[in-house]
Design a protein around this ligand. Structure first.
Ligand SMILES: [Zn+2]
Ligand SMILES: [Zn+2]
Ligand SMILES: [Zn+2]
Length: 320
């Protein structure tokens, strides 16, 4: 791509960012979004008439309301013959605000959930605090990365809106499904936050990797139990996701078929199947260009996938 074009794109996305912040730094405009949101019925997209909108917001001067509506119109609000309604981007803004504030300062004390630790088979406990969901093993002190407290086998951000009306087992289930789909989107190169391009930005390979698999402890050199870590960064919104290479085979039809033929309905979303991921073997074939193989052993067979630096599969072979 011509560099002048990409610079132009960056500049215009920055000014769009400034504009968006300014647009929302006004009480009347926020009130417009709120009123249109409250009137929004997903099954019936009837727009709201100007007079009705004015009445709800309580603005005396129609000129003033019109001024603010015009400001919102390119980005968040659409005018139709029958009145005004939120564009998808306007709905998304309101949903984002609501998802973070659905429950005041939610905290859920650790409770046993219906899964087993993928490191030791022990009983994990699920808990929620400060916007984070924790899975903590009661049987082992696994620390797959340095930044996790001992025993925390998994930790992700989960919006408070996902807690409402659910038992801890149900929240855990919702969390795993939500996380798995978002992760799949990242692996497919599409940002789950903004739908922008989210390419692989690095494949980090530890040069002196010595994790303690018996204790499930991270390697001192790289701070992770996993030898290879892939990062994606969204070009639009800076969203970043880092994960072991071991998740990538779960997107391959050849892998799904391989498991299926061995009587396993493999679905990357389940916690139970993470023990399979831990059995995958990584092998560095060349550094320049980067090529590595992930082998998936099953009974007396093995499926091997060769990846490049963009996490594209360049070769598949089956032995056994
Ligand atoms: Zn454990
Ligand atoms: Zn290491
Ligand atoms: Zn994004």
């Amino acid at each position: 791509m011509d560099s002048s074009i990409s610079n132009e794109t960056v500049r215009s996305s920055q000014s769009t960012g400034n504009e968006a912040f300014q647009l929302l730094s006004d009480e009347t405009r926020l009130a417009i979004l709120q009123v249109l949101w409250e009137a929004h019925d997903p099954a019936d997209e009837t727009p709201m008439r100007f007079a009705e909108l004015r009445e709800h917001i309580g603005v005396e001067d129609p000129g003033r309301l019109n001024y603010h509506l015009n400001k919102l119109m390119d980005h968040f609000v659409r005018r139709t013959e029958d009145g005004y309604k939120l564009m998808d981007s306007g709905k998304r803004i309101v949903r984002m605000l609501l998802s973070g504030t659905a429950i005041d300062d939610p905290e859920i004390k650790p409770v046993a959930v219906d899964i087993s630790c993928w490191y030791c088979g022990g009983q994990p406990e699920w808990s929620y605090r400060e916007g984070w969901r924790y899975l903590e093993c009661t049987n082992c002190d696994a620390r797959c990365v340095e930044s996790f407290p001992p025993g925390v086998i998994s930790k992700t951000e989960f919006p408070p809106s996902g807690l409402r009306g659910r038992t801890p087992d149900e929240i855990n289930e919702a969390d795993r499904i939500w996380g798995a789909h978002r992760r799949a989107s990242v692996m497919d190169g599409v940002c789950p936050e903004c739908a922008g391009d989210m390419p692989v930005t690095s494949v980090e390979i530890c040069e002196d990797h010595h994790p303690d698999w018996d204790e499930y402890q991270f390697c001192e050199a790289c701070g992770s139990i996993f030898w290879m870590l892939v990062s994606h960064v969204c070009e639009g919104c800076k969203y970043r996701w880092r994960m072991p290479t071991l998740f990538y085979p779960t997107r391959q039809p050849a892998v799904i078929a391989f498991y299926y033929e061995h009587g396993i309905e493999f679905d990357l979303a389940t916690y139970e199947q993470r023990t399979h991921l831990l059995g995958f073997k990584e092998e560095l074939l060349s550094e320049e260009p980067l090529r590595f193989r992930i082998s998936i052993p099953l009974e007396d067979e093995a499926l091997g996938l060769t990846y490049d630096e963009k996490m594209e599969v360049v070769d598949v072979n089956r032995r056994g």
